[in-house]
Design a protein around this ligand. Structure first.
Ligand SMILES: [Zn+2]
Length: 167
């Protein structure tokens, strides 16, 4: 029996058609969400922990889901992290630490329309094996692909970072 594959509606990756859980407001197919869970386990084994995980921001920005208040917050804040890390050489941990202040008092974040062009990389682009440096450099390339995909909104995100606040 062959495994059926379905495209993730957000990142476009092809994943096994599984009947599993998905996130409450992050987009993505169940198969893609399962792959993100597996990546988290692998990063844990390699010592890439919580606030140092650039993968979280690449994944969340690449999976905006359906238009909504929490979705808009998620997309905005994770794109700000990508911009800070990739363009301004801020560490992932420092960007994560700034996230609450960026959102403080701003429940309604403008909805940014997701790219329609295919992304250069998805979670599936990551190597299945390898050491920490290999995985981290692949995650960085993935994050750069996601950031480039959102180029129509770069001006907005840079302005939010300059303001130190979203929206
Ligand atoms: Zn996906």
């Amino acid at each position: 029996m062959s495994t059926a594959f379905v495209a993730c509606p957000d990142c476009g990756g092809q994943f096994p058609a599984v009947d599993g859980p998905t996130h409450a407001y992050v987009g993505g197919s169940a198969g893609c969400w399962a792959a993100f869970g597996e990546l988290g386990g692998r990063e844990l084994q390699l010592g890439i922990l919580g606030p140092d995980r650039l993968s979280v921001h690449a994944y969340m920005a690449q999976h905006p889901g359906d238009r909504g208040r929490r979705q808009a917050q998620s997309v905005g804040i994770h794109l700000m992290v990508l911009c800070a890390v990739l363009e301004r050489s801020v560490s992932v941990a420092d960007a994560v630490a700034a996230m609450p202040a960026w959102l403080d008092g701003r429940p309604d974040v403008p909805w940014l329309t997701a790219p329609t062009e295919p992304y250069a990389a998805t979670i599936q682009t990551l190597p299945a094996t390898g050491d920490r440096p290999a995985l981290e450099s692949a995650v960085r390339l993935w994050a750069e692909g996601v950031w480039t995909g959102w180029s129509a909104h770069h001006g907005t995100i840079r302005r939010w970072l300059d303001l130190g606040a979203i929206g």
